[in-house]
Design a binder for this molecule. Structure first.
Ligand code: GLA
Ligand code: ZN
Length: 686
């Protein structure tokens, strides 16, 4: 559902700058609340997520509502021309609610009932929770729905987790009945004859548990699918009164990236969830300045996630949370070095964000997040480094406001499938022994992604429901779970002229995680012109090699052994019993071509392999470590040039470009960039 046409959001010309604001913690400190309003203007903040965890303040006891404080906050923010992103408060609940309706408390996978406390821990099935959420959401919509400052709805907070209570078990069983119709079909999909796990009746089915079933892989998959569906169902319940009362106010809910791994939160299928929200938003907390990876490498992880979230709806998204300084939950909570706040924020705008928002506006005084970075520190000072960094960014964001809504012109797509991640995590095999329980699917996506990132080629990170036809190149690493529909889609894409790259582990199992019978599937044999006959798994220190072009490259972890059936051999193994056999192949199929990379390799191979596929037409040539990212609209192209290193770097521009931050033209020529330096350059389209 898209309701953006007439909304304040559509009309807002500024990039959003602001963050989570919790005045409900400061109601006894009126002078602090007054300072907040003054400070917001100072840093050019214009958007605030309010009410996220404010249920106790809004409904101190059952049925007794208190909106006075929120009325005042909204008025005060409206007076400074600020936007309100109004949250529904379901992310945490008041004590009265848990005591009166214990069913709202979750039960974990070990079947232990949780006590009241914490947050993000309610049962998504509970009718009582749904009822209470429905009431408070309706009240909020009725009271504030027409307020001119209301920009959008922020639903709950970082949905996630699962509940194994009896209400949820009953819903899960209903979900299974709907999917399978009869227990025989379920048994077939689950391969339940294995270890005599055959079910006689749906009533025997329990969600996966460490004290129960964990070996039926399709049960685990179905449970994860159910958890996604059930969370979305709860979300739909949350938004029903909002859609009804405020049909023109767009809706978002903050998604998560999984840090430090380069993949989105894996507890939900965001591809499904994305269809239910108007605007994608996510919370980004990279571990800048850590001691195990370069800034450039970390920047590419952040870029990958930004590209994923942008591609979910093929349009700009919002960074709804980030920290202006440090967090309180990394193993080491390091401060951002000078320049990093500007750089890390621009890094998100560069990949399609229309916002830089913070957790949190003001540091709380007590409880678990009192040491988490914020725009306003306990010193209440507008002179400290963090505050000034935020102010500087606010000013910069005003200078580049015209980038709002501009697009990212990607012709390369990398396919990331969360169900594939789920299936690979379950698969007891490959690197699945006690010590090597990591198949590195996300890391492999990132390695392929980096081949493009390092060349400044824009990439969409797509999910499997997406249309492939608009891309010149689609890369699908480690696609273990390859169902018939996806295989047909890939075949059609290549037949029509697309170029497809896949790797080891391609085409092992179907959507039920049942292995394809007959070996490497026929469709894939036709498209790739090969048959994968075996997959060798290497110990961490083992090495094979790939001879490709004039060079040799290291191969490790996985080496697929391949027979060609029409494909051209582009690279061969250098060692072991499959020495000289094909390691890299290419095959013309219809109007297009399909390539297969049999082994896991380092970035040097991927860089050389993809070099022939992509050209960069950018007028900016940059040294390694400097990333150049593009956004564009009808009239202009915007180049974000970012030095993700601790060194001075050089760039050369081959056209006259406008330096938007300095407000002056840059003639073509060589320029120096300081460590963490940023340029935003604008080019008018001819
Ligand atoms: C999450 C939550 C916030 C806050 C931050 C801290 O993103 O949504 O409420 O806890 O983490 O980094
Ligand atoms: Zn439950």
């Amino acid at each position: 559902m898209e309701n953006l046409g007439t909304s304040r959001y559509e009309q807002e010309k500024r990039l959003l700058h602001g963050g989570d604001y919790n005045p409900d913690q400061w109601l006894k400190y009126p002078s602090i609340l007054a300072d907040d309003i003054a400070f917001m203007q100072k840093v050019r903040a214009n958007a605030f997520s309010v009410g996220i965890f404010a249920w106790s303040a809004l409904e101190p006891s059952e049925g007794n509502f208190n909106f006075g404080w929120l009325d005042k906050i909204i008025e005060d923010i409206a007076k400074i021309d600020g936007n309100i992103i109004l949250a529904t408060p379901s992310g945490a609940r008041p004590a009265w609610l848990s005591s009166a309706y214990p069913e709202v408390l979750r039960v974990n996978a070990r079947r232990e009932k949780m006590l009241h406390g914490g947050r993000h821990n309610h049962c998504f099935s509970s009718p009582a929770y749904r009822e209470k959420v429905g009431i408070i959401n309706t009240k909020l919509a009725e009271r504030y729905g027409n307020h001119p400052a209301l920009l959008m709805w922020h639903i709950s907070n970082e949905y996630g987790g699962e509940c194994h209570c009896e209400l949820c078990q009953a819903n899960f069983r209903r979900w299974l009945v709907e999917k399978y119709g009869n227990i025989d079909s379920l048994n077939d999909a689950y391969w339940s004859a294995f270890w005599s796990h055959t079910y006689n009746d749906f009533s025997q089915i329990e969600s996966p548990s460490p004290i129960g079933e964990s070996g039926l892989h399709c049960l685990t998959l179905d449970w994860k699918r159910f958890v996604s569906d059930q969370t979305i169902d709860f979300y739909r319940h949350e938004i029903a009164p909002l859609r009804k009362i405020t049909p023109n106010v767009p809706i978002t809910t903050n998604f998560m990236g999984e840090v430090p791994n380069p993949h989105p939160f894996a507890g939900l299928d965001y591809a499904k969830f994305a269809k239910e929200v108007d605007i994608i938003s996510w919370d980004a907390y990279p571990r800048w300045h850590n001691d195990y990876e370069t800034t450039e490498f970390l920047a590419s992880k952040l870029a990958f996630l930004n590209d994923y979230f942008r591609t979910l709806k093929d349009k700009p998204f919002l960074i709804l949370e980030s920290t202006p300084s440090m967090v309180n939950w990394h193993p080491v909570n390091k401060a951002k070095r000078p320049g990093m706040h500007m750089l890390s924020s621009m890094a998100c705008l560069a990949h399609g964000s229309d916002a830089v928002m913070y957790f949190q506006w003001r540091k709380s005084r007590g409880s678990s997040e009192k040491l988490h970075g914020a725009v306003v520190d306990h010193d209440n000072s507008v002179e400290n480094r963090v505050f000034k960094d935020v102010q500087e960014l606010g000013e910069a964001m005003e200078k580049i406001a015209e980038i709002k809504s501009s697009a990212t012109p990607a012709k390369v797509a990398i396919l990331y499938d969360v169900e594939n991640l789920w299936a690979l995590s379950d698969a007891q095999g490959f690197h699945g022994g006690a010590n090597y329980n990591d198949k590195k699917y996300p890391e492999t996506m990132l390695a392929h992604y980096r081949a493009f990132w390092k060349r400044n080629i824009p990439v969409d990170v797509i999910t499997k429901d997406k249309d492939l036809t608009k891309y010149d190149l689609v890369v699908a690493p480690m696609l273990y779970m390859t169902d018939a529909a996806l295989m047909e889609k890939m075949a059609a894409y290549v037949a029509d002229g697309g170029r497809l790259v896949a790797t080891y582990m391609l085409g092992v199992a179907d959507e039920n995680d049942l292995v394809h019978l007959g070996g490497f599937p026929q469709v894939l044999r036709d498209v790739f012109g090969i048959r994968v006959t075996e997959t060798d798994v290497l110990y961490p220190k083992d090495r094979n090699g790939v001879a490709f072009g004039e060079k040799q490259y290291e191969a490790f972890d996985y080496c697929a052994i391949v027979e060609t059936h029409g494909a051209k051999v582009l690279g061969t193994y250098t060692h072991d019993f499959y020495s000289d056999s094909p390691a890299v192949t290419g095959h013309k199929y219809g109007e297009g071509a399909a390539y297969f990379i049999g082994a896991r390799t380092n970035e040097d191979f991927l860089g050389d392999f993809y070099a022939v596929f992509v050209q960069n037409s950018s007028p900016i040539i940059a040294q390694e470590g400097v990333s150049v990212q593009v956004r564009e609209n009808d009239g202009h192209t915007y180049y974000f040039v970012m030095n993700f290193t601790e060194e001075v770097k050089h760039i050369t521009t081959e056209a006259a470009l406008e330096d938007m931050l300095a407000g002056q033209m840059m003639q073509s020529g060589a320029y120096e960039m300081k460590p963490y330096g940023v340029y935003i350059m604008k080019q008018t389209k001819l």
